[in-house]
Design a protein around this ligand. Structure first.
Ligand SMILES: Nc1nc2c(ncn2[C@@H]2O[C@H](COP(=O)(O)OP(=O)(O)OP(=O)(O)O)[C@@H](O)[C@H]2O)c(=O)[nH]1
Length: 380
């Protein structure tokens, strides 16, 4: 999942780290650091200083550039040298604790590269903008200590930036626990995006989490859709309500809700025929379904692999019939991750699940922090 983006983000985090380290090194070499040395010296008493500088064979430049080598190994310490060691240690602490103020030019190159990577991986322009602004805010004007890892510092900034665009996610089980039953979920989306398969997977997921489920086979338009839904429902052991092909989907889904109420079922999963937002009659039909079955959640389903197209369609569906949450299917085939990163930021609705394969277990709740850790390497 998101392989290409993951690799590129790893590369650019390293680049950010190196740019910051380079700026620190340059600043040290240009003499700013040297100005601070006398204050270090002041921390040591006058007498100590004299004694130490006499025995100290390091030149000032060596002290500045080889700060890490300043600690003296036990073998090097002669009985007359403890004070030299303590001064060297103080200097080392001072040098490594020193803070460098980062400016935008320190990170301009990797920042441009990050922008390009995100755009190339189908992240929507507004989301890219937010990520880049967040990175600037987190890094520029910040003080960096020489001893901390710049790459880790950058990864944390990038993690926060991605978390900002991914939002909080949507936990279906939490929602169900807090909500009056049956919870009615209407699935919408374009043809072939994976709605029917997703409904079967979600039914399986909910059953495994202890909830009872009924499916409403609301795709009465496509030949064979009823049969497909029936087969899935049988396999995952869930009741399905259907009418014959061509029937009014609102009536089917109304019946599914009535069945759930009569049998104390926790969740109704309502399938609909695939449609494009510009087909007015089909969108009106969705509107009617909404009025009749009064869904608690409208879940828009699209393919992660569709990238920017999925984001645009999600926005159009949201404008036309409303959307509460999104399911992105085929994330297992998506190397870019652009849709997963952009959809929430664009339509301001959280992602609920990712489809990650064709099996019934291949659905995972979308937890933004887990996704970001996966993108940046799990060690943050
Ligand atoms: N690799 C992969 N394939 C998936 C995933 N979800 C669905 N598919 C496949 O996508 C194809 C279409 O899925 P359907 O569930 O029939 O799509 P639909 O949205 O119901 O289609 P319409 O009824 O035409 O609207 C099937 O071959 C599914 O097995 C997924 O997460 N990963």
């Amino acid at each position: 999942m998101f392989k290409s983006l993951k690799e590129k983000l790893k590369g650019v985090s390293k680049k950010f780290g190196s740019s910051i380290d380079e700026s620190i090194a340059n600043e040290s070499a240009t003499g700013d650091l040297q100005k601070e040395i006398p204050s270090a010296v002041l921390e040591v008493t006058e007498t100590q200083q004299k004694a130490e500088t006499k025995t100290n064979s390091f030149s000032e430049n060596q002290i500045l550039h080889d700060a890490d080598e300043l600690s003296v190994s036990p073998a090097e310490v002669s009985p007359t040298e403890p004070k030299k060691a303590s001064f060297a240690k103080k200097l080392k602490v001072l040098v490594t604790e020193r803070e460098i103020l980062l400016s935008e030019k320190d990170i301009q190159e990797p920042l441009d590269e990050l922008e390009m990577i995100l755009l190339e991986n189908d992240v929507a322009f507004d989301a890219v903008d937010t990520i880049i602004s967040h990175m600037k805010k987190s890094i520029v004007g910040q003080k960096r200590k020489l001893r901390t890892s710049s790459e880790d510092f950058v990864k944390i900034a990038l993690k926060e930036a991605l978390m900002e665009v991914l939002g909080e996610g949507f936990s279906l089980t939490e929602y169900i626990n807090l909500h009056e039953k049956p919870v009615k979920i209407l699935f919408t989306g374009v043809n072939g995006a994976g709605k029917t398969t997703t409904i079967a997977k979600v039914a399986h997921y909910l059953k495994n989490n202890g909830y009872s489920v009924v499916i409403g086979s609301g795709d009465t338009f496509r030949a064979g859709a009823n049969e497909q839904m029936k087969t899935h429902a049988e396999r995952v052991g869930v009741k399905v309500i259907n009418h014959q092909e061509g029937a009014d989907p609102s009536a089917v889904l109304f019946d599914a809700v009535s069945y759930a109420k009569a049998h104390n079922i926790d969740v109704v999963l309502a399938d609909t025929a695939g449609r494009f937002h510009n087909r007015a009659n089909l969108m009106n039909q969705l509107e009617k379904i909404r009025r009749v079955m009064k869904p608690d959640i409208v879940a828009y389903v699209d393919e992660a692999v569709a990238g920017n197209d999925a984001v645009i369609r999600a926005e159009e569906f949201n404008n036309a019939v409303g959307t509460d949450t999104v399911v992105l299917t085929k994330a297992d085939m998506d190397t870019k991750g652009g849709a997963a990163i952009s959809i929430t930021h664009t339509i301001k609705k959280p992602i609920m699940f990712l489809g990650v394969g064709q099996g019934y277990d291949d659905v995972i709740p979308f937890e933004p922090e887990k996704i970001v850790n996966e993108l940046l390497g799990a060690d943050i």
